[in-house]
Every structure is written in C-alpha cells, then in structure tokens.
Design a protein around this ligand. Sequence first.
Ligand SMILES: NC(=O)c1ccc[n+]([C@@H]2O[C@H](COP(=O)([O-])OP(=O)(O)OC[C@H]3O[C@@H](n4cnc5c(N)ncnc54)[C@H](O)[C@@H]3O)[C@@H](O)[C@H]2O)c1
Length: 344
Amino acid sequence: MAILVTGGAGYIGSHMVWALLDAGHEVVVVDRLSTGFRWAVAPAARFYLGDVGDVVILEQIFAENSIDAIIHFAGSIVVPDSVGDPLDYYDNNTGNTRTLLSTAIRAGIKNVIFSSTAAVYGTPDDCLPVKETALLRPENPYGRSKLMTEIMLRDSALAYDFRYVALRYFNVAGADAHGRAGQSSKRATHLLKVACEAALGERQGVDVYGTDYDTSDGTGVRDYIHVSDLVAAHLKALDYLSAGGASLVANCGYGEGYSVLDVLKTVQKVSGRRFEIRRRDRRPGDAAYVVADPSLARTVLDWVPTHDSLEHIVETALKWERRLVEVEGQDIEALRKRLSAIWQ
Ligand SMILES: NC(=O)c1ccc[n+]([C@@H]2O[C@H](COP(=O)([O-])OP(=O)(O)OC[C@H]3O[C@@H](n4cnc5c(N)ncnc54)[C@H](O)[C@@H]3O)[C@@H](O)[C@H]2O)c1
C-alpha cells in the first residue's frame, strides 16, 4: 500500500516510516519541520515539505501519489506550551486536522489512523488501568485539542465514507533497536529522555515532581511503551482497516506501571552513571497513577508487544542519546553521513 505519514520527520513518525518500509509499503511523508528533522526521514520515503493545514500541498500529494491510507502524527505536543498558547494548539492539532480530513475525504481516502493521547482521560478516578470507556476529562488545551479531533473523526466517519482508528498513546519512550531513529528534539520533556541526558552529563540531574503520592515509593506511576511496539500497533490498525474493520478508539500501553524513581534508577543502572535526583513539590494536574488497559488493542487489533521491558526501553534510548551527543557540534551533513552508514 501507499501510506501518507504526516509528521514523519518527528520522533514517532520517523519510526513509523521505517516500520512501513520494512513491511514493504510505499511511504510518502509530509512535514513542516517545526520539531522534526529532514535527516530523520528514511531515504526511501518520498518527502514533501509542507503543512497539513495547507490544502494546496495536500492536493498535490493526493494528485501525485495513489494514497491508500493516512497515518496522522503531525501535531504540537508540549503541554505547558498549550497552556501558554492554547489557540496555537487548537489551530494545529484540531484545525489543521480538519483541513487534512476534508481534503483527504475529497480525494477519496478511506482509512485514517490518528495519534491520540492518554491526556484525553485527565486524572482517572481510581487506580485501575484505564479503559477506553473511562470519563474523558482532559486537563489542558493539548489534551482537549486531541479530544476535539477524536470527536471530529467520530462525527465525520458517521457522515462520510471513511473509517478511522484513533490510538491513545501512553508514555512513549525508547528508540529503534537498529539505531536508525530516536527522540532527537532538544525541547523534549519526556522523563526518560531527560534522564538519559542527565546520565550522559548533558544536564544537571533530574527533578521529581511529587514524592508523596499514594504509590509504592511516593512518585507518580506511568505506563511506558516502546516506540517500536507503538508503531507496530499502527501496522496492525492498518491491517484492521484494510480488512474492513469498523472505526475504533484503542489504548496503546502495556498495562504495567513504573514509578518515576523506577525509571531513574533503571537509567542509572543501565548507563552505569549516577546523577542528582531532586525532590520537588507536586505539579497541579499530575495524576498519581495512569496505566492503560490495553485489552482492546490486543484483542481487536491482535497487537502483541515485543519490546515490553523497561531495561530494553532504556538501553535503546541511551544508545540513541549517545549518538546525538557524539555528533553534537558537528554539522548536519556529518549526522546524515553517520546515519546513512547505519542505514546501509
Ligand atoms: N511522544 C509521546 O509521548 C506522545 C504521547 C501521546 C501522543 N503523542 C502524539 O503523537 C504524535 C507524534 O508525536 P511525537 O512525539 O513524534 O512529536 P514530534 O514533535 O517529534 O513530531 C511531530 C512532527 O509533526 C510535524 N508537524 C507538526 N505540526 C505540523 C503541521 N501542521 N504540518 C506538518 N507537519 C507538522 C513536526 O515537524 C514533527 O516532525 C503527536 O500528534 C502527539 O500528540 C505523542
């Protein structure tokens, strides 16, 4: 199949592109490179520099390629930024998706996979793994902009001739085990990325927000999913839609939680480096325990994770971070050369 990957130059999108190529699909990427990198896109993919809110570039893509499905990663993802500039988040995550969707429907695209997030749940009422049927109470504009898009997809699928799978990602982490892709953003706020940076001496220690939660060690518990398992769920969703499956919303996590201290200790153990762990007050809106119930993805999509070990997640993330540190200060061509040596 020919798949359009929006945001294919970003962290998760770049892994998706590799996985699709590995599976023998044709891949077209559209990315405006606001947080992604041109060098992160596998050379065999066809790349368009552009915005998913731009009808002209989208129509060009649909005219020049016979697209069978869209996997839509493009979006803005930094929660505090969404609080400071909510309209930018509604614009990019909701408004631009609306443009993408209407142009895609006009072009006759029938299958769409959308990157949603556990942020649509907000703080779950209890400590059970959260099911898709839980109350949706996002606590920031980022989560609300994604929930609005889910609602838009649901309404549109009832009215027009297309079907979708919205995957609600939990905490995405790790890097491609072959070393072809990883989390490269300098502004990433993800715990594991920050911890790897601290282990490699790129930052002074790590702040832990909240050490008095009702959890085993007092710190927040989250469900960390390896990025390669996450993109594998998208491949399954693609198979599911191609086989005529009905529109679906499904969690993507392992159903197992690790505390902030578990993660930091694992990074210290795997890297063999100690770094300062600073205990800070709780942040408003941070839940004690957010873990997925992944039964739906496992049963309906037949998704079977194969990278579900925290040590493996940390090993791959550290390996990628080391590569970034090695090329730090060198020009982009040096990085491209190093990466193409791996690709061959
Ligand atoms: N990383 C996570 O833990 C996580 C968790 C839940 C959901 N998600 C969702 O997954 C998706 C991908 O996240 P990521 O971590 O890879 O982020 P990322 O910032 O690395 O990737 C996003 C990509 O989209 C591109 N982009 C943004 N707006 C665009 C636009 N209007 N037109 C074209 N390109 C655009 C960026 O340049 C970037 O390459 C996002 O939609 C995000 O909300 C991520």
